[in-house]
Design a protein around this ligand. Sequence first.
Ligand SMILES: Cc1cc2nc3c(=O)[nH]c(=O)nc-3n(C[C@H](O)[C@H](O)[C@H](O)COP(=O)(O)O)c2cc1C
Ligand code: SF4
Ligand code: SF4
Length: 294
Amino acid sequence: MNIKSANLVYFTGTGGTARVAEAFERSLMKRSITVQRTELRGATTPVVFEDMLVLLFPVYAFNAPKPIAEWLKKIQPVEGRPAVVVSVSGGGEISPNTACRTATIRHLEEKGYDVVYEKMVVMPSNFLFGFDESLSAMILHATPVIVDKVVAEIMEGERHRTVPYGIDRIASKLGYLEVFGGRIFGRYLKVSDKCANCGWCEKLCPRDNIKIIDGRHIFGNDCVICLRCVYGCPQKAIEPGFGKFMVVPEGFNLSKLESRMDHLTVYPRISQATSQSSLRGVRDYLIESNCFKL
Ligand SMILES: Cc1cc2nc3c(=O)[nH]c(=O)nc-3n(C[C@H](O)[C@H](O)[C@H](O)COP(=O)(O)O)c2cc1C
Ligand code: SF4
Ligand code: SF4
């Protein structure tokens, strides 16, 4: 494919999708492709479009998060411009995740994009339960390898489209209920007296959903359960009043995981690191990366 410039447009809550976008940026730049990287902060986030669009998002309830569809509704139609859709999840390409890109691809095609490639990338999970350190390190190690392979295939003109399971299409549609869940989740977020009033959460909520007025936190109706404020508050002062089960009890911090990974020299076998049946999508992904022994 003759691509000279590309847009990387992504939504991220806790940084996993941002890491994947950075890996795409490095891989594309290695091939002398100019890259514009844009994090979505709202439906009207401005983007000057280049030769190819790479759209990345974390999987939320077997679907793309609301900010993706919102932004796609606002963009101008094009004629056959190539697009790549990358979903990022803790579970991998297993049921019911297989239809998580379907709605996004449909929206892109309605706008005239030619979706040439779709891919699931795995990141350490920030939802329900965390991964242990060695598994997280293996996943982070695999990211640039998988992304480089994807970019090489795209540049060679390979098309990669998947067919989701029928049942997963239904699950993905039900995932829209998460939009309502977000309203409730946001409404019931609680701030404890550990709060130091630093303003970090107000500044960094990707939905501008937090306002601090006279030292009081006001949460709006636009929460998407990205969990950034819950995990990121430096005082650990924010906790859910509703949906606490969704939050990894020991917290989630990718930068810390990355710094600990530097000291790891020996990795377990894939079969050992992913022995739980819930990790079979992660196992397939690590096998695909060819970085570790089975
Ligand atoms: C509200 C919510 C719903 C999620 N739903 C799924 C899911 O359906 N399938 C899955 O594999 N991972 C799910 N995850 C995990 C995230 O997709 C995963 O941790 C991702 O790497 C987060 O990306 P981010 O760090 O860019 O926000 C969910 C996470 C959140 C916060
Ligand atoms: S990030 Fe935490 S400490 Fe800072 S203002 Fe928000 S709740 Fe308070
Ligand atoms: S209020 Fe918290 S969980 Fe909700 S969108 Fe903002 S940062 Fe994310």
